[in-house]
Design a protein around this ligand. Structure first.
Ligand SMILES: O=C(O)CCC(=O)C(=O)O
Ligand SMILES: [Fe+2]
Length: 340
């Protein structure tokens, strides 16, 4: 399993359900040469034949189920759906307009193995969803920035990223540096207004996280990677395209203490599949993306999660992440001084 999952429940091994298929079904019990015409058959032979046929049909149906379940499952998780054996609750429906939903969960020990920063390192852990911090219009403007930037490149597979901080942009099976590649022409692509909006949105999300977790906003540092993502149903061409693996952000990215996701498109309108799933021991909790929705959570393994594979359409989002460690802080991108 290539998933960066060090969480409590690895879900990477394919499972198959349904009865096992006998090696050759039941057909070989009666040799062809032993077949008789109907009228000649003794009744016991007819019964035996009927029983064998029934057995064969059951075996074939069972085999079909195994094959079907193999096609349907990846990493032990049905494609675009819910673990076959799990209970799923919806934490945030697309049609809900949430003010400040918050669910507290006990903190994992992940933070113990890192330097602690008083007044910032999570003591209270959990997850929140709000539609009241960023408007739909702002999300649409941000989405246009993402579309413009990503139109300059794009992965051959189903996941493309654009990091305005480092300049990383997916291109084919690799990444290029946008700022190096386009030089001063970048000013024709992104305006100062775009960067101002990005900054403003980032600040408001940061303030909301600080307020909900009872810390000072100035104790949080924007950290990398902070990036736009564009996902669709194209098959993966490299592991960078495999966005659906369960993972823990603190393990995957190291510097993250608080993760936020700003969604820029709507589940079931712009794309199918692609829901965000918190994977708890007792059940899964989904967040259905909607433009302007901010989902935020502490980055340790108390918040193991994954994204369902996108089934159709295109899903846009931004991952905006914060660290308590000033040494991991990065500045906002801008027309001037955005080079790493
Ligand atoms: O886009 C999402 O909903 C989640 C992305 C994610 O898990 C990540 O960037 O670490
Ligand atoms: Fe993540």
């Amino acid at each position: 399993c290539s998933a960066p999952n060090r969480g409590p429940r690895a879900r990477c091994s394919p499972v198959s359900v349904g009865p096992a298929l006998p090696a050759h079904g039941a057909r070989s019990v009666l040799p062809r040469s032993a077949k008789k015409g109907r009228s000649q058959q003794d009744p016991r032979a007819r019964w035996l034949k009927a029983a064998i046929l029934l057995l064969f049909l059951c075996a074939a149906a069972g085999g079909g189920l195994v094959v079907w379940s193999r096609v349907r499952t990846q990493d032990g998780i049905p494609e675009g759906g819910i673990p076959a054996d799990g209970v799923t609750e919806v934490l945030a429906h697309r049609s809900d307009t949430l003010q400040d939903k918050f669910v507290e969960v006990p903190c994992s020990e992940d933070y113990e193995s890192h330097r602690r920063f008083a007044g910032c390192t999570p003591r209270k852990c959990g997850r929140g969803v709000t539609d009241a911090v960023i408007t739909r219009e702002e999300a649409e403007r941000i989405r246009r920035i993402a579309e413009r930037g990503l139109s300059l490149g794009g992965s051959d597979g189903g996941a493309s990223i654009l990091d305005l901080h480092s300049g990383a942009l997916s291109l084919g099976k690799h990444f290029v540096n946008l700022y190096r590649y386009f030089g001063d022409k970048i000013q024709d692509i992104f305006t100062e207004e775009d960067f101002a909006l990005y900054r403003d949105v980032r600040q408001r999300i940061q303030q909301r996280i600080a307020q909900v977790f009872g810390i000072s906003s100035s104790a949080l540092y924007l950290t990398k990677p902070t990036f736009f993502s564009r996902m669709n149903s194209t098959g993966a061409k490299t592991t960078h395209d495999e966005y659906w693996h369960p993972h823990v952000d603190k393990v995957t990215y190291g510097s993250f203490d608080y993760t936020s996701l700003l969604y820029l498109s709507d589940y079931s309108k712009d794309f199918g599949g692609g829901r965000f799933v918190f994977m708890d021991a007792d059940s899964n909790k989904t967040v259905e993306p909607r433009a302007g929705r901010v989902s935020f959570f502490t980055s340790g393994s108390e918040n193991l999660h994954r994204v369902e594979r996108v089934q159709w359409g295109t899903r846009f989002a931004i991952t905006i992440s914060f660290s308590c460690d000033p040494q991991h802080g990065i500045g906002d991108p801008g027309v001037t001084g955005h080079h790493p």
